[in-house]
Design a protein around this ligand. Sequence first.
Ligand code: SF4
Length: 341
Amino acid sequence: MIHGYSAAVEPARWQTILADSITDPRELLTRLKLGLDLLPAAIAADQSFRLRVPAPFVDLMEPGNPNDPLLRQVLPLGVELDEQPGFVSDPLGEQHSNSQPGIVHKYQGRLLLIVSGGCAVNCRYCFRRHFPYADNNLSTAEWQQALDYIRNDCSIKEVIFSGGDPLVASDKRLAWLTSEIAGIPHVRRLRVHTRLPLVLPQRITEQLIAALTHTRLPLTMVLHCNHASELGPAQRSAIQHLRQAGVMLLNQAVLLRGVNDNLTDLSNLSENLGDTGVLPYYLHMLDHVRGAQHFLVDDATATRLMGQLLTQLPGYLAPRLVREVAGQPAKVPIPVELVYA
Ligand code: SF4
């Protein structure tokens, strides 16, 4: 058993916890002792993007608090159905970068491999909430074509397992892909973008770590944690296990109205990530995806918060404030001036 999961009683396997995720808005509200006045809007918004949240993440929410920052990330709201000019289904133009099934190749030197279309959690602000994952559900022949694409492009130095959430895939699939990619001489690094260590920490097993680390490729894992409350004991334990396996750990967060758009929450997030050995990497501006307009933090507020944050944290715990712009060759840094709080 791995560190943190060696209790006498065997914890439920991650697949079982995942299968038992809450997908019914009524069940979520009842479990959190919230009034059912939120239910009609939640059911309406659920039709366009389904509620999905695993129990370990719900357990970190505060019962009776409709404004809990973790709940706000997953609960469907009626406001999602309002049309807002400029908020579109594919804000980053990814469907144009996805000519090869399973691959999104936007940037020089690295590409995304869509390892899994599924996620353990459906985040309401997700820029891929309208992504055509069904078109990226690959057959064995298509997987070979995706690997051939990497083999045939010597400029690819880094492969990024993405999704959905790539860690929803089986250990067998991940081990096979890792091994195939390690066999491509010009690929130097492997990266995994995942939210599972936060929402389903039981996924971090010995078998998973072996599947991802048994080749020559150094592994970087980029977590997606938006609030310090997401770092409960099981989550910290999973992160600790990844660190012990030599995985480089970074975090990317999204600046979200009503979730983390204040100095205290942003500072706590960085400090707590630092305590667990995870370096804050990016703080993303919201992508303008249809249905997520109520999470928008304007540029003036974002730069002021970031300017204050820079005066409160050591440099290595201050994330870079960035925006993703369709067609740009990299994430675009947003200029920030120091603000003395
Ligand atoms: S886990 Fe990531 S890809 Fe999945 S819904 Fe959340 S933000 Fe989107």
